[in-house]
Design a protein around this ligand. Structure first.
Ligand code: HEM
Length: 208
């Protein structure tokens, strides 16, 4: 039996430590000649990986019948948003140099930023409505709204593809994970997961 504070503490540390290490490396000149760009890329990739991990939790819960996965879903979702915010701040500081008069030129030069901004806006809407009060207020519409996460994933993948263009090896890995997670939501796959679930006893639940 895993205690919930232990699970939450583990997720907190696992998500907090990478950016702290990257900032420390940037300050100690260990990220090469353009530390701002390295930070920007790592935070963008971190946000995408956390988004994919968040989407893994429901299929894992269906397959294992362990409710612990659901307890960290909101936490991981909020970490995804935090990484995306740091990624945006890194862009504003290190690429734009806080010179907002250049924004129009930048958007024409790098249209993938508009796609990234749309993905970020989707994450903002999900983060703002991830609390219990919003769940109660929105009722059945909450579930519909939170399907927005798939649009965010699509936009984030398009944003990355636009940037990496020819070197798509890593992008293909992320894309395959995203496609698999989407496929698991389709009725035949969810029936199979339920079947698997039905043949094994329910494990002990997470204690609060
Ligand atoms: C307003 C929001 C955003 C802005 C302005 C933005 C901007 C950028 C920029 C300038 C780059 C680097 C381009 C280059 O290497 O030349 C980048 C890369 C990237 N961004 Fe974003 N982005 C935003 C939102 C997001 C979001 C929400 C995600 C994911 C959830 C994301 C994921 C990525 C990824 C995976 C990369 C590629 C990193 C790599 O090449 O290693 N971005 N973004």
């Amino acid at each position: 039996m895993i205690r919930q504070p232990l699970l939450r503490g583990g997720v907190f540390l696992a998500a907090l430590i990478p950016p702290l290490v990257w900032f420390y490396q940037a300050l100690s000149n260990a990220l090469g000649p353009d530390p701002g760009k390295v930070l920007l890329d790592r935070l963008g990739q971190g946000a995408l990986i956390l988004l994919l991990l968040t989407l893994c939790l429901s299929p894992l819960q269906w397959a294992t019948r362990w409710s612990g996965w659901a307890h960290i879903r909101r936490q991981l979702g909020l970490w995804t948003f935090a990484y995306a915010c740091l990624h945006l701040v890194a862009y504003l500081l290190f690429v734009l140099g806080l010179d907002f008069t250049q924004l129009a030129v930048e958007l024409r030069k790098r249209p993938y930023i508009i796609v990234g901004a749309l993905a970020w806006s989707g994450l903002l809407a999900l983060a703002l409505t991830s609390n219990r009060a919003s769940m109660r207020r929105l009722g059945a519409r909450w579930k519909k709204l939170h399907r927005l996460v798939y649009a965010v994933l699509g936009l984030a993948l398009l944003h990355m593809l636009w940037i990496v263009r020819s070197d798509i090896g890593l992008w293909l890995v992320y894309f395959s994970c995203g496609a698999l997670l989407l496929a698991l939501r389709l009725p035949p796959a969810s029936r199979l997961l339920k079947k698997l679930r039905g043949t094994r006893p329910a494990p002990a639940q997470v204690s609060r």
